[in-house]
Write a protein that binds this ligand. Structure first.
Ligand SMILES: [Zn+2]
Length: 307
């Protein structure tokens, strides 16, 4: 696969539920587009206040008590590692409910809000940042967390509403986003490939358990992928961003199980599904901005087109 490079000058908005999601889903793509001279804005819908400490080394006094600040500090480090801008939409993490029956979500938390409340805030941000492309999760949230499902609903609603002058008239001048993509959860084909590589090297695959529990009725997400962005050059930045979320990511865990060299050689891309487009493109794609023209914008303030 030949690597496609953008000309620069595009704007990409990736909408995520919690701090750390931007580093585990599409992080190398974000770093790549930023490095190529495009503006990349990560929108984090909630503060991640209810995240558990998933790294044993960080499970120590003083961390849990100030989780909200800790996650802000981690997020700032991760954004710096990726070379992207990041902003908070200011909603409260709903937490991942556990138990049977599931307990109700905490009052006032993100996933309990009427969809139009966060949608209006996101529309205001879209109209201000004016992205050509937006990225969010698919309808299953990529992972069954109520904030992820809500992230999908709010992003799709904002994609629809941002260009409509009748929608949220107090949220700024309308801006039409050209394309909307979904980033998916784990791609089975990729896990199988890495598992085989572990076996070839006489090592036990860390994904064997995950693969053995695979429910084939779910279908393979690869069937929905329309766009593979080559971004292996940015995997080290992705890993730095992941490590910046020190309370959430165990440096000895699954995210770091596969040697970088294998990833670069066997699976050098990140995967997306083109969910909606208002421009003409051809599938499969290797670039999220395919079909998006900057021509309308090259005539900026103080410049007039000659005809
Ligand atoms: Zn999340």
């Amino acid at each position: 696969m030949t690597e496609s490079r953008t000309q620069g000058g595009y704007r990409l908005m990736a909408v995520h539920a919690h701090p750390d999601d931007e580093s585990s889903k599409g992080a190398a793509t974000s770093a790549k587009y930023a490095a190529e001279g495009n503006e990349v804005l990560i929108v984090t819908l909630t503060g991640g206040e209810r995240g558990d400490i998933l790294n044993p080394a960080m499970d120590r006094p003083g961390i849990k008590e100030r989780m909200s600040e800790v996650r802000k500090e981690e997020m700032a480090k991760a954004a710096a590692a990726l070379g992207v801008e990041q902003t908070w939409l200011g909603f409260v993490d709903s937490g991942l409910p556990e138990g049977d029956p599931l307990p109700p979500l905490p009052e006032g938390s993100f996933a309990t809000l009427p969809v139009e409340v966060p949608t209006e805030k996101l529309v205001a941000l879209v109209r201000k940042f004016r992205p050509h492309v937006m990225i969010t999760y698919d309808e299953h949230g990529g992972y069954p967390h109520p904030d992820h499902i809500m992230c999908h609903k709010v992003s799709v609603a904002a994609f629809e509403a941002a260009g409509d002058p009748a929608a949220f008239p107090d949220a700024g001048e309308p801006w039409t986003v050209s394309k909307l993509y979904y980033t998916h959860g784990f791609i089975r084909d990729r896990m199988v490939l890495f598992s085989e590589e572990f076996e070839k090297n006489g090592q036990e695959s860390p994904f064997a358990d995950w693969l053995s529990k695979w429910d084939p009725s779910r279908g393979d997400l690869m069937g929905r992928v329309t766009t593979q962005v080559e971004c292996a050059e940015y995997f080290p930045q992705r890993d730095d961003a992941l490590r910046a979320h020190a309370t959430q990511i165990d440096p000895n865990g699954m995210f770091f199980a596969v040697p970088l060299e294998w990833q670069e050689r066997l699976w050098p891309t990140e995967e997306y599904e083109l969910a909606q487009t208002r421009v003409t493109t051809a599938i499969p794609e290797t670039d999220l901005f395919t079909g998006v023209s900057l021509d309308d914008e090259t005539v900026g303030v103080g410049e007039q087109a000659t005809s």
